[in-house]
Design a protein around this ligand. Structure first.
Ligand SMILES: [Cu+2]
Length: 161
């Protein structure tokens, strides 16, 4: 009797986790943060790791936040040795893989901040994926050391300098 209950629970669990991962599309967001903008800067980047445990390739197609008047998906490209930002329509998150949004690569760009951000502030960001799934995350504002090699020009959020 007890054993059959356990078996039943295990089965239910298997059924449910399957249902849940279909509902949330198997996407999880790890370690989101917003980079503390230099004083006076009107824009900064949000970074995170998006993991896709599902068997279908997915795309991040939109990001929204009340912290900025405009939110865009961006990538950095190296153009003749100069890092430049480009807006992109979507960011791929391949099946059973993860995409890191990080400085010098893909990021969520917060443009025209509605209020100056301080270290430790919690920034709400809503992510929309290609199947219409929306995920709300909270990204703390963090001071971040540049991870780019020193001396490389990078016109990212530091236009005030
Ligand atoms: Cu950007």
């Amino acid at each position: 009797m007890f054993r059959s209950i356990i078996r039943c629970a295990a089965l239910l669990c298997a059924v449910f986790s399957c249902t849940v991962s279909a509902a949330d599309a198997g996407l999880t967001v790890d370690d989101p943060y917003v980079r503390l903008a230099p004083p006076g800067a009107q824009a900064t980047g949000a970074f995170m790791t998006i993991r896709n445990s599902g068997s279908a390739d997915r795309k991040l197609v939109k990001a929204e936040s009340t912290a900025a008047k405009m939110v865009q998906l961006h990538n950095h490209i190296n153009e003749n040795g100069v890092m430049k930002m480009r807006q992109v329509d979507s960011i791929d998150i391949k099946a059973n893989a993860q995409t890191e949004l990080k400085p010098g690569s893909y990021h969520v760009m917060l443009i025209d901040l509605t209020a100056p951000l301080k270290e430790g502030d919690a920034v709400p960001i809503t992510l929309t994926f290609d199947d219409g799934t929306r995920t709300q995350i909270t990204a703390p504002v963090r001071k971040q050391a540049m991870t780019m090699p020193a001396g490389k020009a990078m016109n990212h959020g530091d236009m005030a300098n």
